[in-house]
Ligand binder design. Structure first.
Ligand code: PMP
Length: 435
């Protein structure tokens, strides 16, 4: 079955397939961190549906919540009508929000994907401000629909101005740290204040608190606060894209909590649906200028996804899984940094909570790393590490602007023993590739 399925799907599916290309496995069973393939092989899954599975595969509380809806006779699809399932989801979602945000929050069900919610956020701030331009950052990823794609750097129109996103390792100003982040902030200010910059007074700014697909780049808290100030001073709505960083992933329930900022709009998807498709925007009530029907869509607020999502949000909150992600993530990052000391092909290890990236670089060390800066990215080595991991029963994702970053997004329920096994296999894979 294994070979046949792989062969037929690769013949019939679009060439745009990504994960399937790098991960030629046929999952037939899964539980927690573990996936079992049709060929009987077992894998530790640190891809977790690109960060969707906060509780891992088929968590009992998620399955139970879905079964309960199925067995209750409740309708599975009712457009945007109010239901007990939706009421429970909204109540639980609001419970997780930073209190000052929750106090004035409205939710709009979008969907079913993260990109739909990004699009809704753009539509909302454009309606609320009467302006059209959007500010986004280099290396951003917001989705594959037109507006989101543009904000991700995929298209050419100048409706989206792209600004430098601060990072230590490949700092656009070559200095990193607080000074690099401050320079990035000043750049943003000067673009906004320069009437000749070609950026009309924008309708909004969208940012990821930690860039995920861009290569796991956590924004410094001070920079996040500067972005809040800069946008607030100019009445530009700030949209926090928490599609990947939300639900405990980075060590706080929502990643904006690290810096303590209150965005105007939060975009949420992935983990909020407990492994089923669900996406919402949550925003301050005075932005709610939409008239009935201004933002529609058939598949908004899937009942099963909301039930699975309610169970997931409650489980993460009640079991303090964000704190767990913070402590375990810190430990894993420290161990990976030790590994980087052993292997010169690891240029950088970074992350926040259980959103971790290991950047592969060309191992030929420059004579003076301080003067020469980071070594060139090595996408071919990263792909080789991914393959070596797979042979060792470990699934990892690749990301980054140069596809040179091995990404770990394990479920927040991963145990210490499982984390040790993940690190062992990854170290072994890097060793095999570096040799
Ligand atoms: N925003 C961010 C930060 C993401 O990481 C992603 C997906 N990786 C999206 C938006 C788009 O979500 P979707 O793939 O569900 O459309």
């Amino acid at each position: 079955a294994h070979e046949g399925i792989l062969r037929r799907q690769s013949a019939r599916e679009s060439a745009a397939r990504t994960y399937a290309r790098a991960l030629p496995i046929v999952p037939v069973r899964a539980r927690g961190l573990t996936i079992e393939g049709a060929d009987g092989r077992r894998y530790l899954d640190c891809l977790s549906g690109a960060g969707t599975l906060a509780l891992g595969h088929n968590h009992p509380v998620v399955l139970e919540a879905i079964r309960k809806v199925l067995d209750s006779g409740a309708p599975l699809h009712v457009l945007d009508l109010a239901t007990p399932v939706k009421d429970a989801f909204t109540t639980e979602l609001f419970r997780t929000l930073p209190p000052e945000f929750a106090a004035r929050a409205r939710v709009q069900f979008c969907g079913p994907a993260g990109t739909d919610a990004v699009e809704a956020a753009f539509t909302l701030v454009r309606a609320a401000t009467g302006r059209t331009g959007m500010l986004a950052f280099t290396g951003a990823y917001h989705g594959m629909t037109a507006g989101a794609l543009e904000a991700s750097g995929g298209a050419s129109e100048v409706r989206v101005a792209r600004l430098p996103y601060p990072q230590d390792y490949r700092c656009p100003f070559g200095i990193g740290g607080e000074r690099g982040a401050e320079l990035a902030a000043r750049w943003t200010e000067s673009v906004l204040d320069d009437t000749k910059s070609g950026v009309p007074h924008p309708a909004g700014m969208i940012l990821e608190p930690v860039q995920g697909e861009g290569g796991v780049i956590p924004a410094p808290d001070a920079w996040m606060r500067r972005m809040r100030e800069i946008t607030a001073d100019r009445s530009i709505p700030l949209i926090a894209d928490e599609v990947q960083t939300g639900v405990g992933r980075t060590g706080t329930f929502w990643a904006v909590e690290h810096s303590g900022i209150t965005p105007d709009v939060m975009v949420m998807s992935k983990a909020i649906g407990g492994s089923l498709p669900l996406a919402v925007i949550v925003y301050r009530d005075d932005l709610d200028v939409w008239q009935p029907g201004a933002h529609a869509g058939t598949f908004r607020g899937n009942q099963l996804a909301m039930a699975a999502g309610t169970a997931t949000l409650a489980y993460v909150r009640e079991n303090r899984l964000a704190e767990r992600a913070a402590t375990l993530g810190t430990r894993m990052i420290a161990e990976l940094r030790r590994l980087a000391g052993e292997f010169s092909c690891i240029g950088d290890v970074r992350g926040r909570g259980l959103m971790i990236g290991v950047e592969l670089v060309r191992p030929e060390a420059p004579s003076d790393p301080a003067a020469d800066g980071p070594r060139p990215a090595a996408p071919e080595l990263a792909a080789a590490v991914q393959r070596a991991c797979l042979r060792r029963g470990l699934i990892v994702e690749l990301g980054g602007r140069h596809a040179s970053v091995v990404r770990l997004l394990p479920p927040l329920t991963i145990t210490d023993e499982q984390a040790a096994a993940v690190l062992d296999r990854l170290a072994d894979a890097v060793g095999a590739v570096a040799r």
